[in-house]
Design a protein around this ligand. Structure first.
Ligand code: GLN
Length: 237
């Protein structure tokens, strides 16, 4: 692995950070440091240029107004598109996930997305709020996803995106599948600091970004315990 530090960018914390999304940045940096991987973190606000040379980009959840503004600015900036074309990894949460697609709805209007994931989002008849669980695509080799969702939109996948998980509780994209991934882009409706509940996804991003086949294991007793507790809990109605 290169001795250069891993660069992790949190995209637009001033717009998309409704649910403690900073946690994902902290967890990635910590899990890199615990493996002796030097990592630098950057918070890039929506009035700043988006660098295209980072290794991992994080984009969080948010309400409709900030979501559509973030999409407009990222499209105009072009830095994230360039980074993805150069092989950067992306974790996109909720509003950030929706805006990675071709289009999404915000405040009743259809808004253009970045088109980096082959998904489209439209309005749901009800808001999806509550516990979200799913069995992750076996090709990713990760334990079951658990999280909390809170979104109005529903998401449809095109042929070039694979579902991140099959829903076992909650709604996710449409009650059947949850999230999407393609290449090194991964999107989920599991909101806020999803990596705290799913540290294996943090390690997947670190492996994608460093090219490492495996990383030394860390003590994930608490996250494992929480996941097992949530998986054993009764499904929400
Ligand atoms: N505004 C989007 C929706 O309601 C995303 C919400 C969120 O990020 N939690 O679908």
């Amino acid at each position: 692995m290169s001795t250069e530090a891993l660069r992790i960018v949190w995209i637009y914390p001033d717009l998309l950070s409704t649910y403690g999304d900073r946690g994902n940045l902290l967890i990635l940096a910590r899990r890199a440091a615990d493996r002796g991987i030097p990592a630098e973190t950057y918070e890039v606000r929506s009035d700043q240029r988006m660098p295209h040379t980072a290794d991992i980009y994080l984009i969080g959840g948010g309400e409709d107004g900030p979501q559509s503004l973030a999409a407009q600015r990222l499209i105009a900036d072009g830095g994230l598109h360039q980074a993805v074309a150069q092989g950067a990894a992306v974790l996109a949460i909720c509003a950030g996930y929706q805006l990675m697609g071709h289009s999404f709805f915000a405040k009743g209007a259809k808004c253009p997305g970045l088109g980096l994931l082959d998904i489209t989002s439209d309005r749901g008849e009800t808001r999806a709020v509550g516990e979200l669980r799913g069995d992750i695509d076996p090709r990713l080799g990760l334990p079951a996803l658990t999280g909390f969702e809170n979104h109005g939109g529903r998401t449809h996948l095109g042929a070039h995106a694979a579902p991140l998980a099959r829903v076992t509780a909650g709604i996710g994209n449409d009650g059947q599948t949850e999230g999407a991934w393609a290449g090194k882009i991964l999107g989920t409706y599991s909101h806020g600091p999803a990596l705290a509940r799913n540290p294996a996804i943090a390690d997947l991003l670190l492996r994608w970004a460093t090219g490492a086949d495996r990383l030394s294991p860390l003590d994930d007793t608490w996250a494992d315990r929480l996941r097992n507790e949530r998986l054993a809990a009764a499904s929400p109605a």
